[in-house]
Design a protein around this ligand. Structure first.
Ligand SMILES: Cc1ncc(COP(=O)(O)O)c(C=O)c1O
Length: 299
């Protein structure tokens, strides 16, 4: 499903490093490390009137990713929250909004890979857009398995939520060429990792399975689903899952901040039912509880 331009986003104000700029002036330098090496970390946040879904977990993941990549001058949680707060207020947003929160290693004194060339501190970008859920969660999505493998820790640790998304983008291109909605990526051993931009869950009988998080992003929506299952006595297990197990599942769904919970109705031409009662129960539980997971920006 291709997202469309939303005219409400024409006159956005975007936070870049130290203040708010109109959309057309919101830019980073050609010396910024994100331009030179995709050297940045990011989070996608969803805004409801009650607050931001799992805000603290997102901030923790952002700061942990920045620490792993040895960024310097990392903003504090309070500073990030203040920038988000000012951005949402400047745009009059408190619902139907998605924030792309990016922290780059910052500007370099001259082009080059060496992080010692970054002498101006990191650069925080808060891009808040009017963006309803990106998938039609009633009709579901169709996916194909991609020949592009998802990174595992022996190549690049999937626990780092970084901007080097090229293998996921290649998987998405394969899905586009096939006329499908997303690329299903396997890990380096051939087990299912995730879709190119969301995590996967599989229903078999009365049990729900999800791939171990060694080669997928340990998604925060994924964690919320596991938490909800625990709270409602639904067995949810991390496992190595093969494509054949997905083709023959009773239900499959994807999870992510952009689309929340989305049934997968076809994998490599094999139809997957979306009417499974256990899957529908989890989808309904998520919808009913998501606002409980919202946290206000400033206490
Ligand atoms: C590759 C990938 N997998 C899964 C997800 C879903 O993660 P979350 O639930 O934290 O939004 C994302 C979102 O950023 C992603 O980029």
């Amino acid at each position: 499903m291709l997202q469309k331009f939303d005219p409400r986003n024409q006159n956005l104000k975007v936070w870049v490093k130290d203040g708010l700029y109109p959309r057309e002036e919101a830019k980073v330098s050609v010396f910024d490390s994100s331009v030179q090496g995709g050297d940045a970390v990011w989070e996608g946040l969803r805004v409801y009137p009650e607050g931001i879904v799992c805000l603290d977990q997102h901030l923790n993941r952002l700061l942990a990713s920045a620490k792993t990549l040895a960024f310097t001058d990392i903003p504090t949680k309070a500073e990030v929250c203040s920038a988000i707060d000012q951005t949402l207020k400047a745009n009059g947003m408190n619902d139907d909004t998605h924030i792309r929160l990016t922290l780059t290693r910052g500007e370099k004194i001259t082009s080059g890979m060496d992080p010692r060339l970054n002498q101006n501190g990191s650069c925080l970008i808060v891009l808040a857009e009017w963006k309803p859920l990106v998938y039609d969660n009633s009709s579901g999505i169709k996916v194909i398995s991609s020949s592009q493998r998802r990174n595992a820790p022996q190549f690049l640790d999937s626990k780092i939520h970084h901007n080097n998304l090229l293998n996921n983008i290649l998987a998405k291109i394969q899905a586009n060429v096939a006329g499908k909605d997303a690329g299903l990526m396997l890990d380096e051993r051939g087990f299912v990792a995730e879709l190119n931009g969301s995590n996967l869950f599989v229903v078999k009988g009365e049990v729900i399975y999800t791939p171990f998080a060694h080669a997928c992003l340990p998604g925060i929506t994924r964690k919320t689903v596991m938490d909800l299952c625990g709270r409602h006595d639904i067995e949810c297990i991390e496992a190595d899952l093969s494509l054949s197990e997905l083709y023959n599942a009773d239900g499959v769904f994807a999870t992510g901040t952009m689309g929340e919970l989305t049934p997968v109705v076809e994998i490599d031409g094999r139809a997957i039912a979306k009417s499974n009662p256990l899957m529908q129960r989890v989808l309904a539980l998520f919808k009913a509880s998501i606002r409980e997971y919202c946290q206000p920006l400033l206490d």
